[in-house]
Write a protein of this length. Structure first.
Length: 299
């Protein structure tokens, strides 16, 4: 059963977030609204070393602890490549930066590329950028010391990029951690309807518009856009976090089954009554998930 804070959060999300993707028209309007990315919060800038650079014309941040004594055992991944969510049309938010701060506080170097958003950019622009970021990261880190982490659309993009690494002659990282990943942009799974009814945040009507904008004329079933349709073998150990009140839930269950069939080590973490990207939220389930994620990155 969901915690009281999680249950109290649902009405707020239903009033403030659900309308944003409730109709195709509203999402179309959002597509062409200029939405500046949230700057790193002042608290993060005070507590952490934040370096900004441009890679292939896109901003990329590197966030590390200012405390040289913050470090784990040598088996810990020393770097995290993190991709934020936002349906491929919304920029990084304060909630994402808070999550990044938690990772950096645990001693990880967090690389945060701000990939281009639809409709100005598409999936075709994302992979080359991520390849450049990862290649530069490997100049300092062994791939066995790197984890890829992403939430929502960022989780789908993490998986799609991992599937394309061989095309760039790049190695797989140590681990993938996917939070409510959007892995099937077509959203035609018949089981989605029942979950949509209890999800206080997401709606298929608007998300399909966002997904088509990200596809930019390509088939939304293309694995580069919907990685559930791509090869799921040869991937590193993967952890999936999702809630039962989270629209991607049925597709995440399907992804877990397909990964097991493909021989990829995969673990599923389900929060009863959990909403979309609950590990980023200030609720008991979110805090517990964060502890689990930090433990996994130490494994």
């Amino acid at each position: 059963m969901a915690s009281l804070p999680m249950r109290l959060l649902e009405p707020y999300l239903r009033l403030t977030r659900k309308p944003l993707t409730a109709t195709a028209e509203r999402t179309e309007a959002r597509l062409y609204t200029v939405k500046p990315a949230a700057e790193p919060p002042r608290g993060l800038l005070r507590k952490f070393r934040v370096e900004q650079r441009h890679v292939d014309g896109f901003s990329c941040y590197s966030v590390t602890s200012r405390n040289p004594g913050v470090a784990w055992a040598s088996a810990v991944p020393s770097a995290v490549l993190y991709l934020h969510g936002g349906s491929y049309i919304s920029p990084i938010s304060a909630w994402h930066w808070r999550f990044i701060a938690r990772l950096a506080a645990a001693g990880h170097r967090v690389e945060v590329p701000l990939y281009g958003l639809a409709p100005g950019y598409s999936h075709r622009d994302a992979s080359p950028l991520l390849a450049s970021v990862y290649r530069r990261l490997l100049e300092d880190c062994d791939p066995r010391d790197v984890a890829f982490v992403g939430d929502s659309a960022g989780g789908g993009l993490v998986l799609a990029f991992a599937q394309q690494l061989s095309e760039y002659a790049l190695p797989q990282p140590r681990r993938l951690v996917l939070l409510s990943p959007w892995v099937d942009v077509a959203m035609e799974n018949p089981e989605l309807a029942a979950v949509e009814a209890v999800d206080p945040w997401l709606s298929r009507a608007g998300l399909r518009i966002a997904g088509r904008a990200w596809a930019s004329g390509d088939d939304v079933a293309d694995p580069r856009i919907s990685p559930i349709n791509g090869s799921l073998s040869g991937l590193p150990p993967t952890d999936l976090f999702v809630g039962t009140h989270d629209l991607p839930y049925p597709d995440v269950l399907r992804l877990e089954s397909l990964m097991r069939t493909a021989g990829t080590p995969v673990s599923l973490h389900v929060a009863d009554g959990g909403v979309h990207v609950y590990p980023l939220l200030p609720v008991p389930e979110g805090r517990a998930a964060l502890r689990t994620i930090l433990r996994l990155l130490r494994a």
